[in-house]
Design a protein around this ligand. Structure first.
Ligand code: IPE
Ligand code: IPE
Ligand code: MG
Ligand code: MG
Ligand code: MG
Length: 309
């Protein structure tokens, strides 16, 4: 029993069991989503879509969404995991496009060939594009089945699409590509990381809280938690890129080769790790200050900074 568990926190084994059960529910929801979406597009794009969405991954965004929903008093059910899966559909598309030759030009993802290496660039671009409206419609439909009223459902879908858009992930990806070969300053890099990765993670928590009909103070605290772990998540992604093997990561480390500005290139390894830890602490503090009792979210904040892939 770790000191943390002894102090009333969730131990490593409990977290592992929780993650396993949550991921199983998410995988089932993703199969439902892909079975609905893939047949609506040409065969080659549909195959690419299946590859990009169903090839593993930590499934952290949907797990966070479902965890926020239950922390706010909602009951776990299929429609919840369908809503949560909409985040993973956007995430999967972002990775499929991120790996394309015109972006990070990667050949390995989640221990498998990237989608374009397996299914071609055209199918990958089309499948990724189909996932964007597909995710939005899937989220709206899931909200309906969760009993979320039309106005709130519109808000929930809006949170997803804003996070995915130019002010969030897509905008962050532009800045990331334009920053290759340049040395971004600390503020620019912070903004880049918050947009390309932080926005969708923050949206995961906010969508869960809003769908549960949580009071405003809870929605805001969970969004703050999400913003902090979202930044921490990308800092750690930079650290892992600089320190881990392709075998461990299931993807090829490539930031240095692409001359990307990262928390490691700007601050050094040790400081990057310290800044990630600080954000995980901030995330937990946001919950405590709002009086949200969610031991799993506390454990997940630690997981984000302690993971090795
Ligand atoms: C990788 O995301 C890309 C980033 C946004 C940093 P994840 O580390 O969540 O990738 P999977 O889904 O677990 O493969
Ligand atoms: C990707 O950041 C962020 C996305 C929005 C996909 P990276 O380019 O660092 O992600 P990895 O390291 O390839 O997973
Ligand atoms: Mg990238
Ligand atoms: Mg990449
Ligand atoms: Mg990376």
């Amino acid at each position: 029993v770790s000191a943390h568990a002894a102090a009333g926190g969730v131990g490593a084994e409990t977290l592992a069991t929780y993650l396993e059960s949550q991921r199983a529910a998410v995988e089932a929801a993703l199969v439902r989503a892909v079975d609905a979406l893939a047949p609506t597009i040409p065969r080659d794009a549909g195959d690419g879509l299946r590859h990009g969405v169903l090839s593993g991954g930590k499934r952290l965004r949907p797990v966070l969404c479902a965890s926020a929903y239950t922390a706010c008093g909602g009951a776990a059910q299929d429609a919840l995991y369908d809503l949560a899966a909409s985040l993973e559909l956007i995430h999967a598309y972002s990775l499929m496009h991120d790996d394309l030759p015109c972006m990070d030009d990667a050949e390995l993802r989640r221990g498998l060939p990237t989608t374009h290496r397996e299914h071609g660039e055209a199918a990958t671009v089309r499948a990724g594009a189909a996932l964007i409206p597909g995710a939005a419609l899937w989220a709206l439909d899931a909200c309906g089945r969760l009993g979320v009223g039309a106005e709130r459902a519109r808000e929930v879908a809006g949170v997803l699409l804003r996070a995915a858009g130019a002010g969030g992930m897509v905008g962050g990806q532009w800045v990331d590509l334009e920053g290759e070969g340049k040395s971004l300053g600390a503020e620019e890099l912070d903004d880049l990381h918050r947009r390309k990765t932080g926005a969708l993670l923050a949206a995961s928590l906010e969508m869960g809280a809003r769908a549960a009909g949580a009071p405003r103070s809870f929605v805001e605290a969970l969004r703050d938690y999400g913003r902090s772990i979202g930044l921490a998540f990308q800092i750690v992604d930079d650290v892992l890129d600089a320190t881990q093997s392709a075998e461990t990561l299931g993807k090829n480390p490539s930031d240095a080769a692409h001359a990307k500005s990262t928390y490691v290139s700007l601050h050094g390894l040790e400081e990057a790790r310290r800044l990630a830890d600080l954000e995980a602490d901030r995330a937990v503090a946001a919950l405590t200050e709002a009086g949200i009792e969610a031991p799993m979210l506390v454990a997940l904040a630690r997981f984000v900074v302690e993971r090795d892939r």
